[in-house]
Design a protein around this ligand. Structure first.
Ligand code: NAG
Ligand code: NAG
Ligand code: NAG
Length: 389
């Protein structure tokens, strides 16, 4: 699966210096340049990844990509079960033969953040919404499992694939996966980790600050009460809080992601709000919540705080040799899947370009991820045999 390629600049040089008379097959035979060949774009991995990205699936509209995926997996001789999740979108579970009960689960999500960016191949890079988060993982996972079956390494009862909806907004897909009535010895989650095996990821705490004042003419401030002034005091207090940190997860960080309020420059605003997300690196979400509440209410006693979710840092397993490891600063579906399975987090691409207008993935990284998933799956199956015997 893995073939080393020279860096692009080097490659360009080689091509430029090659005599025009040389046939392209000769060129491929002598240099590891297959990946630049147009036939490469029809490799099962690249074309599956392309097809996934070309089915737009912004959270809430995963129906089409779900149908595509179910049909694709059926055509590869998997048994496929679709699980309806609120509305007409569905999770897709695929396994070999008759047994949905498997020892290992390989899973990722099929929704993306907005807006949609079309698929585009630029040299050795694949651009577009979801190329990294998380359709790179989905494609690599499927090819990894397919190839292990093809190699006779795994069979019925070993591995299932689960692709869920709604990971980007609250995780209803993974929440409902708990109703499948299945359990596993190990679950491998696919998200962009730059091919590193995650040691864990930060937790999160979400809340809104709402300020209600009294409207009036801006020339007579004493006649009203500015909701925006109240909000500004509260937000300034948030920026001054010393949030907890840890050696492993780093700093707890806070993002005031959205603010709103007011009607015009000459009107005292009677309403203002802010939506805030905290990435929790230490302690419990309750302890962070208390810090926030105390600081905000001291600075601006009349604002309302409404907390939407809270979770502490999420450690995961990383006891598979041969991987570089790292800690992630984003949230995943991992804590939503109940059970005492071992948990792994791994995938191609960088979170630093996910959710952006320049989301893209290197072909080489996508290909390496297939090898990475194969190793993780086989290591889980082998090692778990030992521990359960
Ligand atoms: C499809 O799966 C069934 C059941 O696992 C198996 O018996 C059959 O050989 C498979 N067919 C192909 C073409 O792989
Ligand atoms: C927080 O604010 C967001 C956006 O302004 C809103 O969609 C959400 O319902 C609010 N949540 C709570 C609990 O107030
Ligand atoms: C954590 O915050 C401190 C102080 O704000 C800063 O000096 C340090 O570089 C931060 N650490 C990380 C890992 O970002």
């Amino acid at each position: 699966m893995l073939t080393m390629r020279p860096p692009f600049t080097c490659l360009t040089l080689l091509l430029a210096n090659w005599p025009f008379s040389a046939g392209s097959s000769q060129l491929q035979a002598q240099h590891p340049l297959e990946y630049q060949d147009s036939s490469h774009s029809s490799s099962p991995l690249i074309s599956l990844h392309k097809a996934l990205v070309e089915h737009p699936s912004i959270t809430g509209s995963e129906t089409n990509v779900g149908h595509f995926l179910a049909e694709h997996l059926k055509s590869k001789n998997f048994t496929v079960r679709s699980q309806n999740v609120d509305g007409d979108r569905h999770n897709v579970l695929a396994y070999v033969g008759d047994s949905a009960k498997t020892r290992v689960l390989v899973t990722s999500h099929i929704d993306t953040v907005p807006p949609y960016w079309p698929y585009e191949r630029r040299g050795d890079e694949l651009w577009g919404r979801g190329t990294v988060d998380a359709k790179g993982s989905v494609a690599a996972q499927i090819i990894a499992v397919e190839s292990l079956i093809g190699d006779g390494e795994i069979g019925e009862g070993d591995v299932a694939l689960l692709f869920v909806v709604g990971e980007e907004t609250g995780g209803p897909g993974m929440r409902d996966a708990n109703d499948l009535g299945l359990s596993w010895e190990a679950v491998i989650f696919g998200e962009p980790t730059e091919l590193k095996l995650a040691r864990g990821h930060k937790g999160g705490l979400g809340f809104n600050v709402t300020a209600r004042g009294k409207a009036g003419h801006s020339g007579y401030p004493d006649q009203g009460k500015s909701a925006i002034d109240m909000l500004v005091q509260a937000l300034a207090a948030l920026q001054r809080i010393q949030l907890p940190w840890s050696e492993e997860y780093g700093n707890t960080t806070l993002n005031i992601g959205k603010i709103g309020g007011g009607v015009a420059a000459n009107v005292i605003p009677d309403f203002a709000f802010a939506t805030v997300a905290v990435r929790v690196a230490a302690g419990t979400p309750e302890s962070v919540l208390e810090l926030i509440k105390t600081a905000v209410l001291e600075a601006s006693p009349e604002v309302e705080l409404s907390f939407t979710y809270g979770i502490g840092p999420v450690p995961v397993d990383y006891d598979v040799p041969g991987f570089e490891t790292a800690v992630m600063s984003y949230g995943t579906d991992i804590p939503r899947l109940k059970g005492d399975h071992k948990r792994y987090l791994y995938g191609p691409g960088s979170i630093l370009v996910a959710h952006s207008d320049h989301e893209h993935l290197k072909i080489g990284e996508l290909e390496q991820a297939v090898g990475g998933y194969r190793r993780l799956i086989m290591d889980c199956l082998r090692r778990l045999v030992v521990t359960t015997s």
